[in-house]
Ligand binder design. Sequence first.
Ligand code: NAG
Ligand code: NAG
Ligand code: NAG
Ligand code: NAG
Length: 415
Amino acid sequence: MANLLSKFAFIGIVFFAILYQFLVKDFLFEVLGYARKTSSVHEYSRYECEKVDELGLEGCEDMWLHHKTGFLYMACSDSASRQQWLPAIGHLNASGRGLKDRIAVLDTRGPGRLAARIQWLSIENFSGINGDATLNLQGFDIRADKHTNTLRILLINHRPPISETTGELLDASKLGANSTIELFQTTVGGSSMRHVRTYSNEVIQTPNRVAWINEHSFVFTNDHSSKVGRTRVLELALGGGSVGYCDGHRCNIAYSSGLNGPNGLVRGLDGLIYVPNTVGRKIQVLSLSEDHKLQNLYEIANLLPLDNLSVDENGNIFAAAFPKLYKWSQFTTDAFNVHPPSTVLKISRAGKPYRRDRQLDSAKQHNGDFIVEKVLEDNSGILPGSTVAVHDSQTGKIFLGSVLSPFITICSPRN
Ligand SMILES: *[C@@H]1O[C@H](CO)[C@@H](O)[C@H](O)[C@H]1NC(C)=O
Ligand SMILES: *[C@@H]1O[C@H](CO)[C@@H](O)[C@H](O)[C@H]1NC(C)=O
Ligand SMILES: *[C@@H]1O[C@H](CO)[C@@H](O)[C@H](O)[C@H]1NC(C)=O
Ligand SMILES: CC(=O)N[C@H]1CO[C@H](CO)[C@@H](O)[C@@H]1O
């Protein structure tokens, strides 16, 4: 009997050890980042960083650079309202939502003071909530027209749910946000953006970011499988979320397996879709087929917990990462006092050219074909707990924004 018991105990210990090795340890150290060493840009870095906190550039979750001109587009809010209303992380107090979310445009290559080079796009022809013209921004993507200076902007808009009959706010903590994707149009350097249409669809559940495919279609991530409820927490362990596809006529779920916290996806210059997974610490590289579904070509795995991706002019992908995710979660409740470390990773393809026709044999590629480099890291608080990093390959500068921080940061290469 004793023997049997100890056998069970032994099996139990082995079982626990295996569980620890593969799940708990991985979660504590690799995902949450306890004990992960980080460094500061002041110690050793190829970059010099400057905090920009006086221009009202708060809560700038997402950024997009017009490579030709250096105009940097940012989706900004204010840090205080993000604490109340940020459906992606379960902040669902609709009455505290931001009423001033706007797109800022910074002329990053122009002369003179930054303050003189920034403008906020005014909004035309958009009714918002009961005519107030408000947006609640998160991710966005811009498509520059090849022949004109038109920019087509797709924005995630986390509308609060309202009653169709009375127009009053419904209880968002029960219903979740009524998230839509909005299409606006502007011109390079223009001062306003005009609303073109709203995409509202049951497939657009918990959208995080969009990526244009062509003039008429786009993909987007749903970062969770449900808007509200306890299962959202379980998704941390079990995975969840999806990638959706929409064109002018329809939307469908294009991909949903093996995702774990999918968020700031991009379309690479190779035409493939790169989906970062925060908890899964990997990037899935997908290809869109004729039937509007995505196929997994390969995975770039064992990275840091990742956030939003961006693509530079040369096709290199820049990822904002959280080396200490547990600090980031403290940051979500106290954005003014907690300074989570940030890392920027560059993902490139071993110097091989980004050619569209490489797409077909890419199924044979694996991790080894991608080079992942750490370009920038900081734990001193000068980087904004970044959720996005954008690289200007012409000037070498890196722009960093954060959904919660009251500032953005501009890093320039040291001479
Ligand atoms: C929701 O936001 C409003 C407005 O900012 C605030 O007065 C209220 O206390 C918040 N409610 C909760 C539960 O935090
Ligand atoms: C705004 O919308 C109205 C009606 O929907 C339309 O008549 C008008 O041309 C639009 N204005 C612009 C600038 O698109
Ligand atoms: C959600 O937004 C769509 C698009 O504006 C609107 O038609 C619908 O009534 C909204 N639903 C709720 C519950 O707010
Ligand atoms: C634009 C975008 O994808 N933003 C995401 C970046 O990452 C943060 C933190 O995970 C998310 O909350 C955003 O939704």
